[in-house]
Design a protein around this ligand. Structure first.
Ligand code: BMP
Length: 228
């Protein structure tokens, strides 16, 4: 069966995962709830990390998940990079909280197997910043992901050659690509290189016209999806 993420992406013909880190004025939870109210039809999922968790609080994030669990994939991004036992605990907690998937760092290489959780696990193999030590070990991280049998990967949209290499090495992987928009990767460029979803934050969340900006990105994606 395809993951919920792929399912929603197909249904909406959108490959955007919106990173909720920033907000404009007032109450963060109200801002994000209003934003999702207007954009959900164009989103495959939402990525929640420490900024959203601190700003909205656990109860606020739980309310967002509760309100949109049918229509959005909820991805937890808490940069998990601990010893295997702790990462395993953290994934269990995120699953119980209501998240559909979670990102873990691969660089510690502390996991001997994928923890026994039913939420989807994405391993980060490449970062958007130019001089990341993570990227210096990119091939080893792909080997590690392959040994673990990981199906999910995170690879920087700002590094299309890394996306191509990841796609070549792990053909069945679901590749998420952050860095579209503010960090410089053009909309749909990561899809074109072989990624499955694009993680977009500020260029939509902080736009004058978030819906218009999102429409522009999804339109560009649809050209690629339709083989253009
Ligand atoms: P923005 O589109 O606003 O630059 O947001 C990018 C999002 O992707 C942020 O939530 C960030 O944590 C995440 N991200 C990234 O930018 N680069 C990486 O290498 C890994 C990430 O998870």
């Amino acid at each position: 069966l395809p993951w919920k993420l792929e399912h929603i992406g197909e249904r909406k013909e959108s490959r955007v995962i919106l990173a909720l880190d920033y907000f404009k004025g007032g109450d963060p939870l109200a801002y994000w709830a209003h934003l999702l109210g207007r954009t959900t039809h164009l989103l495959a999922g939402v990525k929640i990390g420490l900024p959203a968790f601190m700003r909205a609080g656990p109860a606020g994030v739980a309310r967002l998940i509760e309100g949109y669990r049918e229509d959005l994939y909820f991805l937890a991004d808490f940069k998990l990079a601990d010893i295997g036992d702790i990462v395993s605990e953290e994934l269990s907690l995120l699953e119980a909280f209501g998240f559909d998937g979670a990102i873990v760092h691969l660089f510690p290489r502390c996991l001997s197997k994928i923890p026994a959780v039913s939420l989807d696990v994405f391993g980060l193999a490449s970062m958007t910043c130019p001089n990341s030590l993570v990227d210096a070990h990119f091939q080893e991280l792909l080997d590690y992901a392959s040994e673990l049998g990981l199906r999910g990967l995170v690879v920087a949209a700002t590094k299309p050659s890394a996306i191509r290499a990841a796609r070549e090495r792990l053909r069945e992987a679901v590749i998420l690509s952050p860095g579209v928009g503010v960090q410089g990767a053009p909309p749909a460029s990561a899809l074109r290189a072989g990624a499955d979803f694009e993680i977009v934050g500020r260029s939509v969340v902080l736009a004058e016209d978030p819906l218009g900006e999102l429409e522009r990105i999804v339109e560009a994606q649809r050209v690629v999806l339709r083989g253009g």
